[in-house]
Design a binder for this molecule. Structure first.
Ligand SMILES: Cc1cc2nc3c(=O)[nH]c(=O)nc-3n(C[C@H](O)[C@H](O)[C@H](O)COP(=O)(O)OP(=O)(O)OC[C@H]3O[C@@H](n4cnc5c(N)ncnc54)[C@H](O)[C@@H]3O)c2cc1C
Length: 397
């Protein structure tokens, strides 16, 4: 046990050292995510090459540090998210593991010594206990500590302390569009677009969050638009003559909360009208940006924070899990919220123990696996990367 306590700080220490050196070299704070990076808006840049170099601001800077954008921007996954499962399941199975779907965990099992020893899973109408020497939860810090831990452990001082250090991230609203036409016909590219309502993003964001749900759709401060099909190298083979667009915005969970206990697709006209008002506003912006798709739209489907809650178990419809705010990324909080939990044999993984977004979740997994295996996997990763590069260079020669 001693070792596992030592190994992860070793990985984290390398990272912190690297960040500290980078920070010092730039003459700033050692923690690039630990500072408020607000500054007055710069003049509008129109020159194409110069614009390429501008890293856009995706989150409100009084809440979320500016460097965090780099972790999320451009990480759209070509081939679709299902590729992740498609490629990782065989690896899990080769190692003797099994992947169960439609098997929600209802609680974490804890033995008489207070150690996690498995999970209780819903199978149809039954509850089935699955025992394991180690339990790793990717369900997020809130679900794990507030829903899955047995009630008597939820009040452990260390659990309460960790929960007091994090907040829920803001909810997400998604619009998925199906189009008639190939990417060439529709002029779609493998790019991400961020469309801002106002130059003062922080103010626009705040004003949006303080709006009523009726006026919010007209005040959406930022839209992310991309064409997942244009990013997918195999798309045209599989779906010739078709394309897709996705458009994402933030939306407050509270605006939709009154329907949280209703069944999906049965939430009634008022909910559908509110949802449609967001869709209409987002579609208006999309059509301004892509006027050529106007007569090519075959399908539009939208998801509210309740959709995220239902399909990805995001407790308040978050897109990026816990809020990765400036306060969350201070050294003390980062050192406190780690894969090891106050319950022996129970570990946390995913974005909540590192950073939001797919790359953040991957690092969460690396840090967690390092803790479980009591080995710094970042060192293995560096060796692997060197090996791959050397092999590539050999093949080139
Ligand atoms: C619409 C949308 C678009 C996004 N686009 C991007 C993007 O372009 N780039 C990017 O970097 N990030 C993007 N993200 C964010 C990205 O998906 C997350 O940051 C990432 O998936 C987090 O990974 P994770 O493993 O920590 O959690 P998740 O991927 O959320 O996985 C947690 C899993 O745990 C499951 N779970 C929860 N509770 C239980 C339970 N009790 N029993 C069983 N299973 C449970 C959930 O169903 C879920 O599958 C997007 C998110 C959304 C919603």
């Amino acid at each position: 046990m001693e070792l596992s306590v030592l190994m992860v700080p070793a990985g984290a220490a390398v990272l912190l050292l690297l960040l500290a050196v980078l920070g010092k070299a730039r003459g700033g704070s050692p923690n690039p995510f630990g500072q408020d990076a607000r500054r007055p808006p710069a003049p509008l840049v129109t020159e194409k090459e110069a614009r390429r170099k501008v890293l856009k601001q995706v989150f409100s800077q009084d809440k979320v540090p500016s460097g965090l954008d780099a972790v999320v921007i451009g990480s759209g996954y070509g081939g679709g998210a299902s590729e992740i499962a498609f490629h990782s399941i065989p690896i899990i199975e080769r190692a003797g593991g099994a992947v169960l779907t439609k098997a929600p965990v209802r609680s974490i099992l804890v033995n008489s010594q207070g150690r996690a020893c498995g999970v209780r899973v819903q199978k149809g109408h039954e509850l089935v206990n699955i025992y394991a020497p180690v339990v790793i939860s990717d369900a997020g810090i809130f679900n794990t500590y507030e829903q899955l831990l047995p009630e008597e452990l939820r009040t452990l001082p260390e659990v309460r302390k960790q929960l007091s250090m994090v907040q829920h991230g803001v909810g997400g609203f998604s619009v998925f569009i199906g189009l008639r036409g190939s990417k060439a016909e529709l002029g779609l590219e493998a790019k991400n677009f961020y469309i801002y309502r106002d130059n003062n993003f922080s103010e626009a964001f705040l004003s949006f969050l303080n709006s009523s749900r009726e006026s919010a759709p007209q005040k959406i401060p930022l839209l992310y638009i991309a064409s997942p099909s244009a990013k997918d190298p195999l798309w045209e083979q599989r779906y010739p003559g078709k394309s897709t667009l996705i458009c994402l915005a933030v939306a407050k969970y509270e605006w939709f909360e009154e329907w949280k206990d209703e069944r999906t697709r049965k939430r009634g006209a008022e909910y559908e009208d509110l949802k449609q008002s967001f869709v209409d506003s987002m579609m208006e912006a999309i059509l301004k940006f892509y006027p050529q798709i106007k007569d090519k739209i075959e399908y539009v489907s939208a998801g509210t924070p309740l959709t995220n809650q239902h399909y990805i178990a995001a407790p308040r419809g978050e897109t990026y899990g816990a809020q990765h705010s400036i306060s969350r990324l201070q050294a003390e909080v980062t050192a406190t919220i780690r894969p090891q939990t106050p319950v022996p044999n129970l570990y946390l993984t995913g974005q909540d123990v590192f950073l939001g977004g797919f790359p953040g979740a991957l690092h969460g997994a690396l840090v967690c696996a390092s803790a479980v295996l009591q080995r710094n996997l970042y060192v293995d990763l560096v060796c692997l990367s060197r090996k791959i590069r050397a092999k590539g260079a050999k093949m080139k020669n």
